[in-house]
Design a protein around this ligand. Structure first.
Ligand code: EPU
Length: 416
């Protein structure tokens, strides 16, 4: 199996450009199903998750053409609304197809989406929302079928904030009859991006980016051209990479306004940053421990918790890392401990990091996408050779990562 081999200790320099947002692209592609005209999406990252989503759409009959970072998606010949289990199981975000297929065909049969190592991640809130909009649900052991001749607008209150549930309701309600009001909605920038795309196709969505979103159903959507926002998690990962290696690098093509809490927390921990309108430059800094709590946007993103924790292994004193969103998202810290970090797990949601500790190269398996990035970051400062296995997880979300880090001067190679 391919692996990354990193020789730590190199200073980085130069500029790294941020790609389009994975978690926006993974919703805008399914949203193309809401229209049978051809959509063109610009700035789509070239990553495994996008390949998996494209495979599912193509298997249903979509014609997808990639030209550089632009993808055109033609859905007029789609006749089926039952994505194949073997494809769905490779991608948890395949649940995003359920609503648009239901809205378009009046019926959808979905295998339960793939498992995930960062917590239970159930789909109950998706199903309750479809039910509230008039769908009937037939649950079987391995799959479920939703049916509804014409979806109806509804008032839907989320018991807690959930990103993909918010996006799923927003998409599905576009073609429902009447008004849908979504209360306690997530506010991530990717949600505003999705609403921007849908509105450009003729949808009537207001309030995206706030906790109450109103969607007035329309008869049909057309399709348009849309440019994805930069990936704020990729940007944050690269900023932490500059900081942990004590390097001056320019992270460009990003939107620091979407990373305000993360940048504040980094600065509280001692980071010296030059923040421009569309770039961040990292400077050599001295770090001290802080208390971090992840939170829904605009709080500190759970997706940057693992990279931040890796950084805190190099900070003076004690840090408390409190992961609020997912219950399985701190287990990777045992890998940092294997590298020499001093981390104590209090419970599945909290760890205490004592720093600074010297890290040593080890052979490690990447448990998930963001923890995989944390292992790369640790490997870049560790003494000796770090081997990261299960790199598919990392390539799910970071485009062409080896070549981009090599261009910054990192000693990282991909080996079979
Ligand atoms: N939840 C339920 N029932 C549901 C759906 C969610 O209880 O039906 C729970 C989840 O178990 C979790 C909470 O609600 O405890 C929040 O879930 P949310 O819907 O916000 O998470 P998600 O949609 O599964 C998205 C991103 C994640 C990101 C989280 C939080 C995508 C494709 N995924 O996940 O991104 O961590 O929001 O911001 O947008 C990543 O990119 O590495 C990643 C994991």
């Amino acid at each position: 199996m391919p692996q990354y081999v990193i020789n730590g200790g190199k200073k980085l320099h130069g500029e790294i450009k941020v790609s389009g947002a994975k978690n926006a692209a993974l919703k805008i592609l399914p949203a193309c199903l809401l229209s049978n005209e051809t959509c063109a999406i610009k700035n789509i990252p070239d990553i495994e998750d996008i390949r998996r989503m494209s495979e599912i759409l193509e298997d249903l009959g979509a014609v997808i053409v990639r030209n550089g970072s632009t993808m055109t998606v033609e859905t007029k010949n789609i006749k089926r609304s039952n994505p194949k289990a073997e494809l769905v199981h490779k991608l948890r975000s395949s649940i995003m197809l359920a609503g648009p297929l239901l809205a378009r065909f009046g019926e959808v049969t979905m295998p339960h989406p793939g498992g995930c190592v960062i917590g239970k991640r159930p789909i109950d809130m998706f199903l309750s929302a479809f039910e509230a909009m008039g769908a009937t649900i037939h649950e079987h052991e391995d799959f479920f079928t939703l049916k509804c001749h014409k979806l109806q607008g509804a008032k839907i209150i989320l018991p807690w904030v959930a990103v993909t549930v918010t996006e799923s309701i927003m998409m599905t309600a576009c073609l429902a009859e009447g008004i849908t009001t979504l209360v306690n909605a997530a506010m991530e920038p990717e949600i505003s991006a999705l609403a921007g795309y849908l509105n450009s196709c003729g949808a009537k969505i207001s309030g995206a980016g706030s906790p109450i979103i109103t969607i007035t159903g329309v008869e049909k959507l057309s399709a348009g051209t849309y440019e994805l926002i930069p990936d704020r998690i990729e940007a944050g990962s690269f900023i932490i990479m500059g900081l942990i290696t004590g390097s001056e690098i320019k992270v460009s093509n990003c939107n620091p306004k979407n990373l305000e809490t993360e940048l504040l927390m980094l600065q509280k921990a001692g980071a010296k940053l030059e923040i421009g309108s569309n770039y961040v430059i990292t400077k050599k800094s001295h770090f001290h421990g802080v208390e971090l709590r992840t939170h829904e946007y605009p709080g500190f993103s759970t997706d940057l918790q693992a990279p931040f924790t890796a950084l805190m292994t190099q900070a003076d004193g004690q840090s408390l890392i409190h992961e609020i969103i997912f219950e399985g998202r701190l287990f990777y810290t045992d890998k940092l401990v294997q590298m020499g970090a001093n981390i104590i797990m209090c419970d599945p949601h909290r760890v205490i990091v004592h720093g600074p500790t010297k890290l040593y190269g080890r052979k490690l398996e990447s448990p998930d996408l963001r923890a995989g990035m944390a292992l790369i970051l640790a490997g870049l400062v560790a003494e000796g050779k770090t081997i990261v296995e299960n790199i598919y997880q990392i390539e799910r979300g970071y485009e062409n990562i080896v070549a981009r880090l090599q261009a910054l001067g990192a000693d990282i190679t991909k080996q079979d």
